[in-house]
Design a protein around this ligand. Sequence first.
Ligand code: AMP
Length: 210
Amino acid sequence: MKLIFLGPPGAGKGTLATRGVEICKVPHISTGAIFRSAIATLSPLGYKVKAIIEEGKLVDDETTILLVKERLDQQDTQAGYILDGFPRTISQAEALAGFSAVDKVVNFDIPDAAVLERLSGRRVCRKCGMNFHITFNKPKQEQVCDACGGELFIREDDQEGAIRKRLEVYREQTLPLIEYYRNQGLLVDIDAQGLIDTVVANFKKALGIS
Ligand code: AMP
């Protein structure tokens, strides 16, 4: 199954994608995680995108589209994938349609207040990228990743100023994708509030997975 996860920052796309990988047996492709890993390894791509990401702005369409196209050319994505954080603009969506046909677009329905609460408590593993939350999804041991033992940190773009910018960018550039995909009959809405097990149940029901 070829899926797009669409929703504001902090909607829980990455967390649900971790579970979606087991449910749908497809790889999770997060453009944000690819960029963060490029920054951590000090690659040329990392240098190019570091300041943009830390300010909460979007990386340019050309760079992002090429990155996803190359990733979707790899063998492991042929049967399906979960695209998390891409597309984020109409241009990206149009480009994607030229190289891959998605089956469904999962729209994460969540109020602003819940988004802010999630972003301000989010912790991310420096090693494997897994997401945690200091209240809703606590790691077993404080500051340590349950999956790989890596150190948990607060993303630079989860600071207050960057959060505000990211929500503004989401409203201006990404929100129009909801109507874009609804008009194509591809959109399924899920209630993304609540604990992860509830959201997983909503996701399965929306996609007709038992
Ligand atoms: P995320 O982890 O999805 O919240 O992404 C973190 C940051 O990476 C975003 O705030 C953007 O700066 C950048 N980014 C991720 N995906 C995209 C995309 N599809 N287009 C442009 N920039 C992106």
